[in-house]
Design a protein around this ligand. Sequence first.
Ligand code: OOB
Length: 563
Amino acid sequence: MSDAAILPAVDFTPWPGALADNYRARGFWIDRPLTDLLGRASEPAAAAVICGTRKFSYAELDKLSSRLACVLATRGLKRGHTALVQLPNVAEFYVVFFALLKLGVAPVNALYSHQRLEMTAYTEQLRPALMIGCGRHQLFSSREFFCDLQVRYPDIQLLVLGETEFAEDLAMLLEGSAQATEEHRADFLSAGDSPPASIAQQVAFFQLSGGSTGTPKLIPRTHNDYHYSVRRSAEICRLSSETRYLCALPAAHNFPLSSPGALGVFHAGGTVVLADSPEPGHCFDLIARHKVTMAALVPSAVALWLEAHHRLSDERPLNSLRLLQVGGANFAESLARRVPAELGCQLQQVFGMAEGLVNYTRLDDSEEKIFTTQGCPMSAADEVRVLDEQGRPVPDGETGLLYTRGPYTFRGYYRAPEQNARVFDRDGFYCSGDLVQRDAAGYLKVVGRVKDQINRGGEKIAAEEVENLLLTHRDVQQVALVSIPDAGLGEKSCACVITANAKLKPPQLRRYLRELGLAEFKLPDRFQFLRALPLTAVGKTDKVALRAMMKSKMLQKKREESA
Ligand code: OOB
């Protein structure tokens, strides 16, 4: 019997054997666990993370995560368990992440902007043995949310970090655990240990899908696939121990975690500088203070940086910045061109997804490629097909749907057979719902999407999720959530509502959603009351027509306002 059979593991859809063999033979899968990424730093005393006035060396990050793994082991957590974690951009995010990986507990890292509904949905799907939250977050500032959950899931444990009343201080928690760490060492992996190869084939953690359905989906990521995507990303971006990376996007998101993100920086032995948000004043200060060399942003934040930078007279806060990565949403060519010219650093476009495939423009690509495309797949083993609606390949340069499979693209959402049947084709290619054009060299341009999702400055909103919630309001008869163009964020959301109650007002509906516990960024930016929704030939809501209607209504309103 192989050791894979005796280790308890989280279930997931594996890659077919022939592909897995191929990825291994070509050196993409190296059968190492993600904890390995921490242990490689040749200089253990070098700074791994800078968080406010606190600095954590590689040795400290390793030690703290081992101690936390030990504390959690004494509380009964073990390999095969899962955890739901919600932390802001603080060093503890990485301490917790590595602690859970060492223990073999697979975490899902919720976004800090998530609220009761999202956290409850993840709990229902995952049945985690442990929840880790931050005492500063509304959900964990009292015991109410957790006690409600515990009624339904009595076995779930809670660890709240921070300084509030019932939160535990991580430093205190870990103090005195040094002794126990040695005793419990056998229970978990330490960076640099040689674990059984089978561990690397298993689920390390879950990424969050941007979603297009009623319930948010979880994406199992294995050690092998994620390890490879981190290594290859670090190589493409030429990270080194000199890299100082500004993490200003939510640390849990795939882009700042692995493209190459913080994990890529750890792999290269560089330093991650944490920012609370991409706000330019805050970030410029951190960049100047810590001589940051690289940052990752969504397009809407780039626009703010350009504007703020323009206002500075002769200060040069971005002097040390060499590379700015931009991705997560559509990036206008006009803005792209301004990045090197005004911020004085190189631009890299990144088109990725939590499900796997990440495309980069390369550092030695021509300016034209960098300004006008979203890059090409990172791996020689990434397979991309651009197909029409009948599943036939479209010629280069023409628009089609993106299908992909490869050594770090998942093979199925966690326990979601119906959704998997919809988004995977017979050959195991995942359809991302993006409309792309591919050139002869394999570079992609993202030109639209067919999935029912709104991309609000990089934050993804599944229309169906918000529609289903609005439909539970007694005055809402029909509803459709569509995107409307926005100068700042690229897109905002508009809920088109049919109601018989002439007195119903947007603030009531917004309050209703907020009280249900929906994340703030998913609350519709606009409500439009209509008499009827346009329908397609088969009787479904015609969102294409609806978007066009909303766009012209907005233009008309603008004209009226300026007249
Ligand atoms: C990243 O990941 P997700 O999972 O939040 O969102 C993926 C979706 C893509 O399917 C696409 O619709 C959109 O976000 N997207 C872009 C884009 N990058 C992502 N649309 C246009 N241009 C781009 N450059 O957003 C993500 C994950 C890893 C790295 C970078 C982004």
